[in-house]
Structures are given as structure tokens and as C-alpha cells.
Design a protein around this ligand. Structure first.
Ligand code: PCA
Length: 331
């Protein structure tokens, strides 16, 4: 009591000075930290690209905006990431675009088999669909920062797949509505499995075959649990990085410019990395003992038949937007 009274005046002045000093310091180096959930592991080329994007943002803003990546579904599982960003639970995140095709067919256009099977065509399809994609995202308060394709998709299996009949009855791993539909049309049994769970799903027999990229096969050490890869080059699905619009609008003008610049650079770098990845990871599959082959003519013909059915189904469901996208793409 006595002591505190003694200290009072000088103490109050000192404390006030300290508070002003601290707050002055805080506003001079206002720091924003964004948590960023992503679905795939650290060694995946998409995650590597995003880590460079995050570093770029930090460098360009002098550290005033930092992005902390939470990979492999560690903060939010893949199916939850989009809604987490929409609700602002995470300001920024990565998702497979076609993961959202149940909301709107526009999101599924890059995963319809044999519509765009080369990088050039995938780029054209991206440009044709981008305005629609951006509009659908904007309706949910989301903004597209950049999108990067996976290498072309091929079939992995524990046994030889010579014709489509060899897929009949197999437990087939799916990662979106389109891979589920392919399994159904081939007479296989689809099961949704996220990439981080692949090794367990295969080794416990929950799934026996899948269609995905050389990247995902190599990243998840497919040689530990299967023997065959058929390079069907069926489509190139994209991942996208999206940001909560309110969070973005809360940045300073300089920070906004930094994010947009880093995003444009990441998109270019990501497309190049994906191209390099295709040959590199296909070789890695071979080096580790997987039999890598082109699909037989019979198998490829059946896959293309399935593709035709799915193009028709997609066009039916996508209506006027779908028509406009295909028109822009065919130009
Ligand atoms: N890898 C991801 C999506 C497409 C790909 O090549 C996956 O298998 O889930």
C-alpha cells in the first residue's frame, strides 16, 4: 500500500510511456500472418511452388505479410479447405478445382476425360474457363490467385489391365466426381481416398487401382504397393490457390500488389514445374520397378468411349456456361 503510493506518479508516467512506445513500435511493423491449408505433402511440386510463393510474398512485403503453410491436410482436410477459406477460418488455401464440381459443373471442366490432354490445350481450357471460375468463386467471397495443372493422368493397378474389363469389380480409388464416374462406367467400385491416405488404402486392400499423375504415384511411393502404370494421358486437373476476399481487401495496397505479383510468378513457375515433373516422375516410377507402358489400343478406345459419355453428361449439366466455355476453348 505504502510502496505503491510512493511509486504512483513516477510509475504511472513510466508505464504510460512504455505503452505508447510499444504501440508505436507495433504500428510501425504491423504484421499479418496468414495460415494456409493445402491438401498435399511437402515434397509435392505444388507444395514446393506454394512455399516459394509464400517466401516471395514475405520478401516483397518486407515481412509485413507472412504465410504459414499447413500441408497434407494438417490444418483442414482437403474436403474442408474451400469452406474454411470462404468462412475466413483460413484466409488462403489450396484445393483441387474439380473437387468443387458438385457445386457447379464449371469447376469440373478440366477433369472431363480427353477434352484437353496436352499442356497447351490445358492452358487454353484454363483461359476459356477462367472468367466463369472467377465468377463462381466471387459469388462465395473468394478470389482466384493462381492455378497449376497436375501432369496427365494415367492408370495404376496391382495387376495387368489389358482391356477395360480388367477394371471390372476392382476397388478403384477416386479423388473427385469425375474419377468416381469413370470407375462406375468401367464397372469398378469407386472409393474416395485423399493422397496422404493412399499408401494405407492400397496396402490394406481398401483400393486396388487408381487414375492419377506420375507425381502422385511417385510422391506416395506407389512401387511399395502396386506394379503397373498405364500412361493414358486422359486430362490435366488443376489445383488453385484461393483467398478470402475480405482478408485480401484488408491488406495494404502495397501488400495486395505483392500478393498478385507473387501469384502471377507462381502460376508461370508452376506450369513449367508440372511439365518437368511429368518426365521426371515417370522415370522414377520405372526406376523403382513399376512396369510403365502405354495403354493397349483396346483399353484406350474404351477409355475414350467413357470420355465421350462424360463430355455429353458434362455439357448437359453445365448448360449455357458450359457451352460458352467449349466455344471459347474451340476457337
Ligand atoms: N494428384 C491428385 C489429383 C490429381 C493428381 O495427379 C490426386 O491423386 O488426388
Amino acid at each position: 500500500m505504502l510502496l505503491s503510493r510512493h511509486l504512483s506518479k513516477a510509475g504511472v508516467r513510466l508505464a504510460a510511456a512504455a505503452v505508447i512506445g510499444l504501440s508505436g513500435l507495433a504500428s510501425a511493423s504491423a504484421q499479418t500472418k496468414w495460415d494456409m491449408p493445402t491438401p498435399y505433402g511437402d515434397s509435392n511440386f505444388h507444395t514446393v511452388n506454394i512455399a516459394e510463393f509464400a517466401k516471395d510474398v514475405s520478401d516483397k512485403t518486407g515481412g509485413s505479410l507472412s504465410i504459414q503453410i499447413h500441408s497434407a491436410g494438417s490444418l483442414f482436410k482437403h474436403p474442408e479447405i474451400k469452406n474454411a477459406v470462404r468462412k475466413g477460418l483460413a484466409p488462403i488455401g489450396e484445393v483441387l478445382v474439380s473437387r468443387l464440381s458438385n457445386e457447379d459443373p464449371v469447376f469440373g471442366v478440366d477433369s472431363v476425360p480427353f477434352v484437353a490432354t496436352s499442356y497447351d490445350d490445358a492452358w487454353k481450357l484454363y483461359q476459356a474457363s477462367k472468367p466463369f471460375l472467377e465468377k463462381k468463386l466471387a459469388d462465395q467471397g473468394l478470389q482466384l490467385l493462381f492455378a497449376v495443372p497436375w501432369p496427365p493422368q494415367g492408370i495404376y493397378a496391382k495387376k495387368d489391365i489389358n482391356t477395360i474389363d480388367d477394371l471390372k469389380g476392382l476397388k478403384f480409388r477416386a479423388y473427385n466426381a469425375s474419377t468416381e464416374r469413370i470407375a462406375q462406367l468401367a464397372g469398378a467400385v469407386p472409393t474416395q481416398v485423399e493422397v496422404p491416405d493412399l499408401p494405407t488404402a492400397f496396402s490394406t486392400g481398401r483400393v486396388e487401382a487408381m487414375i492419377t499423375s506420375p507425381s502422385t504415384g511417385a510422391n506416395s511411393k506407389a512401387w511399395d504397393y502396386l506394379d503397373h502404370y498405364y500412361d493414358a494421358q486422359a486430362w490435366l486437373p488443376k489445383n488453385m490457390v484461393i483467398v478470402n476476399k475480405k482478408a485480401f481487401d484488408g491488406l495494404s495496397d502495397a501488400e495486395k500488389v505483392a500478393v498478385m505479383d507473387a501469384a502471377a510468378t507462381a502460376e508461370t513457375r508452376g506450369w513449367e514445374a508440372s511439365k518437368a515433373e511429368t518426365a521426371e516422375k515417370t522415370q522414377m516410377l520405372k526406376d523403382n520397378g513399376i512396369a510403365v507402358a502405354a495403354p493397349s489400343e483396346a483399353l484406350q478406345a474404351s477409355l475414350k468411349e467413357i470420355g465421350k459419355t462424360m463430355v455429353a453428361e458434362w455439357q448437359d449439366s453445365a448448360g449455357a456456361d458450359g457451352k460458352a466455355i467449349i466455344e471459347a476453348y474451340s476457337k
